[in-house]
Design a protein around this ligand. Sequence first.
Ligand SMILES: NC(=O)c1ccc[n+]([C@@H]2O[C@H](COP(=O)([O-])OP(=O)(O)OC[C@H]3O[C@@H](n4cnc5c(N)ncnc54)[C@H](O)[C@@H]3O)[C@@H](O)[C@H]2O)c1
Length: 339
Amino acid sequence: MTIAHDGTAFDWTGRTVLVTGAEGFIGSTLVDLLVARGARVRAFVHYKPYAEKGHLKRYLADGTGEVEMWAGDVRDAGRVSDAVAGCDTVFHLAALIGIPYSYDSPGAYVQTNVTGTQNVAEACRRWGVRRLVHTSTSEVYGTALTAPISETHPLQPQSPYSASKIGADMMALSFHHAFELPVAVVRPFNTYGPRQSARAVIPTILAQLHAGVREIRLGSLTPTRDFTYVTDTAEGFLAVAACDRALGEVVNLGTGQEISIGDLAAALIAASGREASVVTDPARLRPSGSEVERLLSDNSRALAWASWAPRVPLAEGLRRTSDWVATHPHLFAPARYQV
Ligand SMILES: NC(=O)c1ccc[n+]([C@@H]2O[C@H](COP(=O)([O-])OP(=O)(O)OC[C@H]3O[C@@H](n4cnc5c(N)ncnc54)[C@H](O)[C@@H]3O)[C@@H](O)[C@H]2O)c1
């Protein structure tokens, strides 16, 4: 049961809920929470020729039909509109999220993240959904000018990814201002946990440790990040979807704790029970103006408005993630290691 900001219970039972990016890391975790609460989930998954369903395979296999699969592409307005029809709530998570690839292909980020969000907002307006929850990212803040970072901190596009998410956030919020679309923006800080791809720093380090690598090669070790365990992040999405105060607003989802990448690597070595040293690999450094040096959330709005607070301490979350990576080596072939 999600508790709304006024303390009343918000009942998901029987609500039709669309999740875009549903087969992904955070999206599939959100689907699990919604199914457990009795929602009728419509999973918008990126169409791929070989019909992969990412982390939703269990819903195909168990035959219960509790998750309705919609293959599509958020760049296709017609397909998005068909998927949104009849929904109570829409969680929009689909996005291109890798920062390095955004240096190579910024146009793809504009099309998927900005135009895709426009298509979702248009469809929600057309069909009159109760609530659209749009997903932002702490990357839009860039290196903290003041810390902790509240929702009023300036936005600094230090990568094309960040720029595309700023554009997407503004598009979603413009639909609130111009058309009174009931949209709320959640802004997760770095999220980690089971199912995250090898692209991200925590699974990359863990995969190498569990493969027996003795020298972990990373980019800059000094930047700090605020890491939230994935079920806490997904609970934040549900809390904001139940919170009328968040309409037309942005809500940070973070722990209010920061750790440097170097200290994180040391914590992961401890969590994995392996031995290794950490070295800086110049090939993995980001362009200097693009490296976000510090991200630390002010999460007081999420607590005050949506009664949300993270529950899983970092050490416990890292241990769970380490166990998951150790038991899924097939997802982490050596060629996939990249930070
Ligand atoms: N992981 C984090 O630390 C983090 C932090 C802040 C914000 N976010 C945001 O959370 C959301 C989910 O990220 P994630 O970490 O689960 O990443 P992910 O890559 O696992 O999920 C993104 C999903 O979007 C889908 N997608 C991509 N292009 C699409 C298209 N054209 N049409 C339809 N679907 C498409 C992908 O197939 C994937 O399932 C993103 O919006 C991301 O910007 C993530």
